[in-house]
Design a protein around this ligand. Structure first.
Ligand code: LMR
Ligand code: MG
Length: 512
């Protein structure tokens, strides 16, 4: 037995909620600083410790690495701006963080002659001790950030900054070989010999990286602001309906097409349409040349954008193994339930109730069902006319990790049907096109089952009814306990009928 009075087994495959655990709570306001070659950034994480919310997030584009190849020094104007940014970050952190900030600096500060002097200035003026990390450590932290969102994953993590590019191998959630290179766009800008000289330099460097890393044909995870900007443009080219970058997928062919698309358009117009800063836009032609080369060398079977990188990796560093093993999606949904649902804890009963309707669901689908049950009531405060929309937006736009775009939309659609029978005519039709017909039907069934279940047992640990579903016979049976008899009114009966219709099943109700 644990402190909640329930045994651990009662919680099933996803385990007991952990965010009230003292060790997890301790991580509730963690502040980290990343002094990069392009940007200097403060992130303060908060909330469900395994899947943190961004309590505070500020970025300043200081371009510390600009001109470094010529002068050997940090960009003087950037240095001044970075120092001011860090003063501000320290002040903010002193107000909102429980513990001191953890700060790391990457390529620009590590390579510049005046890097140590800059760190000394920062220490003297702000009290912040910057850890200057080497390229392999940079690669490791950024791969750890990826693991925060994709526990147990396989693949190659590629992190591009201003002055460097790192690769790290991951298998079964463990980080293996790592390498660093000078393939950051600020460096490439200064390579002699114009476009040809640069192309040759990229080719040679990538050949060396390939030599060190060996064959890597799993997924390629892309980390870094320049890759994210390329993904934005790729979305624009494909007219992609969802705006979430995390978990956005591309193929090597998409990247080649996007490179051609960028060349064909006026950069100023394109960057405005995609919401990319001018500074970033100027780096993209170099970055995409590197990305095409990475794809040619490693031939990944799929490419995914990770919004999680070095900063999330620093948070992961502070987590216990127990916490790392948790499912980021389920933890985030549990946290949302505990904070916003009318009956925290009821999501678990609802999951147990609807579970027999999905006899063929594997683990991946079950976790989406579980997530939907946990979130089924978190939008109850919204105006009734907008609840369905609010739910859908919540799932499709929320800052959730461990969730593919198709899964996000399936979750949103299930929540939409938790409030409404029809999906036609909503402003979400475009997004629903990301799902197959079968996925749409499953989401509808889940939504309607939650809609029915939520009406019958408005209490935690209630004695719920029992569904028996035989897909071969197309037979759905509900056995209701005597305690539910008065709750099973005509609206509930109509909801149950609508569920059976969505399943194409014959319905039988037995009252005990
Ligand atoms: C950097 O080097 O600054 C990067 O990690 C992030 C960026 O903004 O490109
Ligand atoms: Mg960086």
């Amino acid at each position: 037995m644990d402190g909640t009075g329930e045994s651990t087994q009662d919680w099933g495959v996803f385990g007991r909620p952990i965010f009230e655990d003292a060790a997890a709570r301790k991580l509730s306001r963690v502040g980290v600083v990343d002094v990069g070659s392009n940007s200097v950034r403060l992130v303060v994480f908060d909330g469900a410790a395994r899947s943190p919310a961004y309590f505070y997030n500020e970025k300043i584009m200081c371009s510390l690495g600009a001109g470094l190849s010529d002068t050997g020094k940090l960009n003087p104007e950037g240095r001044e701006r970075a120092l001011n940014a860090l003063k501000r970050f320290q002040e903010i952190a002193s107000n909102i963080c429980d513990d001191p900030l953890t700060a790391v600096a990457t390529a620009a500060v590590r390579e510049a002659e005046d890097g140590p002097e800059f760190c000394a200035d920062v220490l003297r003026e702000t009290g912040l001790n910057i850890h200057v990390i080497d390229g392999e450590e940079e690669a490791r932290l950024s791969a750890q950030g990826v693991l925060l969102g994709w526990p147990g994953s396989y693949g190659l993590v590629c992190d591009i900054g201003g002055s460097s590019m790192e690769l790290a191998e991951m298998s079964h959630g463990k980080i293996g070989k790592r390498v660093t290179s000078a393939l950051g766009p600020l460096k490439l800008r200064d390579v002699a010999g114009g476009a040809e000289g640069r192309a040759a330099y990229i080719r040679e460097t990538l050949d060396q990286l390939k030599e060190k890393m060996g064959e890597q044909e799993d997924r390629l995870f892309l980390v870094g602001g320049s890759w994210r900007a390329i993904a934005r443009i790729d979305m624009e080219r494909r007219n992609y309906p969802l705006r979430v970058l995390h978990e956005y997928r591309m193929s090597a062919e998409d990247i080649r097409k996007t490179a051609a698309y960028i060349q064909a358009f006026d950069p100023e117009e394109l960057r405005q349409r995609c919401g990319v800063s001018s500074l970033r836009m100027s780096l993209i032609p170099m970055a995409i040349e590197v990305l095409i080369g990475v794809c040619e060398r490693f031939d990944p079977h799929d490419i995914a954008i990770s919004s999680y990188g070095i900063r999330e990796g620093m948070l992961y560093e502070q987590m216990s193994d127990k916490l790392r093993d948790r499912d980021p999606l389920i933890e985030a949904c549990r946290f949302a339930e505990s904070k916003d649902a009318r009956l925290p804890g009821f999501g678990k009963s609802l999951f147990d109730f609807v579970r027999p309707l999905f006899p063929d669901a594997g683990r991946a689908r079950l976790r989406i069902i579980k997530a939907a049950c946990l979130l089924h009531d978190v939008s109850w405060r919204a105006h009734p006319d907008y609840r369905a929309e609010t739910c859908f937006d919540y799932a499709t736009r929320a800052n959730l990790g461990g969730l593919g775009h198709d899964e996000r939309v399936a979750l949103g659609l299930a929540l939409l049907h938790r409030y409404r029978n029809k999906r036609e005519g909503t402003r979400f039709e475009e997004l629903i096109s990301l799902l197959s017909d079968e996925e749409i039907q499953q989401a509808e069934i889940l939504g309607k089952a939650m809609r029915f279940g939520a009406m019958l047992w408005m209490k935690k640990n209630a004695e719920t009814g029992q569904f028996d579903y035989d897909p071969d016979k197309g037979a759905l049976k509900l056995t209701l306990p005597a305690s539910a008899a008065s709750l099973y009114g005509e609206v509930a009966a109509a909801r149950l009928k609508s569920l059976a219709d969505a399943m194409g099943a014959d319905l039988e109700v037995i009252s005990l």
